[in-house]
Write a protein that binds this ligand. Structure first.
Ligand SMILES: Nc1ncnc2c1ncn2[C@@H]1O[C@H](COP(=O)(O)OP(=O)(O)OP(=O)(O)O)[C@@H](O)[C@H]1O
Ligand SMILES: O=C(O)c1ccc[n+]([C@@H]2O[C@H](COP(=O)([O-])O)[C@@H](O)[C@H]2O)c1
Length: 217
């Protein structure tokens, strides 16, 4: 049976931290692939603040090009409204049957897991790989794990999770958006193809979003 991990996120924009997490998962868990699932409309973030989906999709595509184990999710037509992880999972299960599933989350997303929509169905079906945020200590992560397990146990949800040991990397999408707004360099924070795309499209410069034609739908 093949082993696939889903890496879900807003990816606004994708950065080297994301790529290193996914690479570490492939390497450590001997995965056959990582599926990059971009949330069209994340339920926990204000929709109006996201860069339009086609831009984020295009940047992920550029960043993962030529990596044999990285797959851009074929599910791009999330139904109207919020993008829920459970929907992504159900759709991917149809495309990839006979799969042992993993789900990659950063520590901050892991902390919200006990509130995810459809968690009763989703959580037991995946092995959860948790990437620590660089500022977190081992003790903090352990305590977080205990808290998440306790909250889920109260709802009779069983979870299998483990820490994904990633070299700490203090890059976030918000840092990159901030640097762009301040006209600071983002070289070496994102892949060069992504940096060029951001510059050419003049992204993250407040109120200057334009239509592009690469929407996969
Ligand atoms: N540097 C990092 N270390 C560990 N996990 C990370 C890191 N950057 C992102 N993640 C995780 O990757 C997933 C997708 O992240 P997301 O697309 O929201 O990027 P982000 O950098 O966290 O964005 P923002 O700064 O806008 O919150 C989330 O589970 C998040 O916790
Ligand atoms: O489905 C939900 O209810 C839900 C609520 C909050 C976050 N998530 C997931 O959390 C992951 C990280 O999301 P983000 O937007 O913080 O990058 C991604 O896989 C989302 O699908 C999912």
């Amino acid at each position: 049976m093949q082993k696939l991990a889903i890496f879900g996120g807003t990816f606004d924009p994708i950065h080297w931290g994301h790529l290193l997490i996914a690479e570490t998962a492939v390497d450590r868990l001997k995965l056959d692939g990582v599926i990059w699932a971009i949330d069209r409309c994340p339920p926990h973030k204000q929709f109006s603040t996201q860069l339009d989906f086609p831009y984020r999709w295009q940047m992920v595509q550029l960043a993962i090009a030529n990596h044999p184990a990285f797959i851009l999710s074929p599910i791009t037509n999330n139904s109207p409204g919020y993008s829920y992880a459970i929907e992504t999972f159900i759709n991917l299960q149809v495309v990839y049957p006979e799969t042992h599933w993993y789900w990659i989350v950063g520590q901050d997303a892991f902390a919200t897991l006990p509130r995810w929509f459809g968690r009763q169905e989703l959580i037991p079906k995946c092995d959860w790989l948790v990437a620590p945020r660089p500022e977190a200590s081992n003790i903090e992560l352990e305590l977080l794990g205990l808290s998440v397990v306790e909250q889920l146990t109260a709802e009779a949800i069983a979870i299998r999770w483990q820490v994904l040991s990633v070299p700490p990397i203090a890059i976030s999408s918000s840092l990159i958006r901030q640097y762009c707004q301040q006209q600071r360099s983002i070289r070496y924070l994102v892949p060069e193809t992504v940096r060029t795309y951001i510059l050419n499209q003049q992204l993250y410069k407040e109120n200057n979003l334009t239509e592009i034609s690469s929407d996969p739908n």
